[in-house]
Design a protein around this ligand. Structure first.
Ligand code: NI
Length: 139
């Protein structure tokens, strides 16, 4: 358990804070601080889990985006063309008039999977970027 507490100031868009408040209320947190601490712990756990991905893996990355946002499709294609060593296939679904979902099917070196994930997730135009992998030899 952490003992020392530091106070920080964070600027957030209202819409993000509103959504967060709904979640922490639904989950029964006693304060925003408690919810934020838990969210940061989850963020760190996910990063640590990502850092352990190596060796032969199979996996997928799911993401969503608004295809009318300028440059986003070029960006997505450019990134994927840098990872032809691990990309087996890409499935594209047109969700509605504006929004698309892609599932990128991966097989190969796990460290390359975290590299493509990091390249994708840092782009604001791509949302819900999630990586999932399995170890084929452990099935
Ligand atoms: Ni589409």
């Amino acid at each position: 358990m952490e003992s020392e507490l530091s106070r920080i100031g964070v600027s957030l868009p209202d819409i993000l804070l509103d959504k967060f408040d709904v979640i922490i209320n639904n989950r029964g947190y006693s304060s925003r601080s408690e919810g934020i601490r838990d969210a940061i712990r989850g963020y760190i756990r996910y990063y640590d889990w990502m850092s352990d991905i190596e060796g032969q893996r199979a996996g997928n990355i799911t993401l969503a985006y608004n295809h009318k946002q300028r440059g986003v499709e070029d960006l997505l294609a450019n990134i994927q063309h840098e990872f032809t060593d691990i990309i087996q296939s890409t499935i594209h679904i047109h969700l509605d008039h504006d929004n698309c979902m892609e599932v990128i099917i991966l097989q190969g070196e796990g460290k390359r999977m975290t590299e493509i994930y990091e390249n994708l997730v840092k782009n604001k135009g791509l949302q819900h970027v999630k990586l999932n992998t399995i170890i084929p030899s452990e099935i």
